[in-house]
Design a binder for this molecule. Sequence first.
Ligand SMILES: *Cc1c(COP(=O)(O)O)cnc(C)c1O
Length: 373
Amino acid sequence: MDIRIDEVPLAERRPKPTDESALGFGKIFSDHMFTMRWKPDKGWHDAVISKYGPIPMAPASLVLHYGQTIFEGLKAYRAKDDAINLFRPYKNFERMNASAKRLDMPPVDVEVTMQAVRTLIGLDHEWVPRSKGTSLYIRPFMFGAEPYVGLKSSSDVMMIIIIGPVGAYYPEGFNPVSLQVCEKYSRAGPGGLGAVKTAANYAASLLAEKEAKQAGYTQVLWLDAAQRKFLEEVGSMNILLKIDGKLITPALGGTILSGVTRDSVLQLAKSWGIGVEERAIAIDEVLAAHKSGKLEEMFGAGTAAVISPVATMNYKGQDYKVGSGKTGPLAQRLFDELTGIQYGLRPDPFNWIYQVRAPQKKTKTPMPSSAAV
Ligand SMILES: *Cc1c(COP(=O)(O)O)cnc(C)c1O
């Protein structure tokens, strides 16, 4: 399938943010976006890169009523000599197709979406920020656009990719978080949508996150819906623990998301000779490990934060300090290694990097010391 390119005239391009320390997350978007459409008789068609802006949508669009929508999230990193790196992007588009299947939407041709990302970033490469820890966030998503308020799978599906600069998650170094184990709500049940990046999961988490914040905690630690006994995820990240020297994380059983960061962390840890276990982790096991002094580390893993160390865990009204209450050495090592690979500052033994823009021979802007993480 050919992608039509309606390039935004230079005079209409918006100014790039000048203060990269104030980028934040998810508020600024580049000049272009990618859209394509699917109908049962035509398949995917009308693939076009055009000006970022509002899209026409009927108030009756199925997605607005029944939530038939999925998304992905990945980043582009500015590397040495202004090369631009993606990190395992095929994993995201393969996961998008798995999500599409569960929400009864059509799969995309992964090569078409990769071409779309390459072309978008080619046009908007100046939007990839330069300061340390910053990146370009890539948000592909798909939804049922058919105007119909009866419940059914949409026969008109739209896929869009928008991109925009995002700030450093830890501008002043690691900031360990506090978690509250959620006992009132569930994120996902067996046979539900927990393994899928779909809006419903995040909508269901909003009130729980708000109540945890009101109680003074940064994020929710989710337990399984059936028994409220086993760890599942933290906020919208996968959770990992270091107990008695081993790295342990909940197994992918259909209620948690198969994170690209989670998988990368497990591969790195194994390559370093660390014992890795993917299995059910009871909250009682965590409390017992805490009691015996073997709860060494706990951290979240996801594209946005990479690694998010946990300092405190609250369960049934009691606070438990994790390890020393500071960022542990394994969390730090994983963060350094992953970001080192992403920004092209360390070797890439697993071939995780996909370069979307080659290094430029003459750097007009001096290489920022900033790219060093
Ligand atoms: C996106 C997401 C993750 C992390 O996945 P990555 O591929 O590592 O970014 C984990 N849990 C949930 C619920 C998510 O939505």
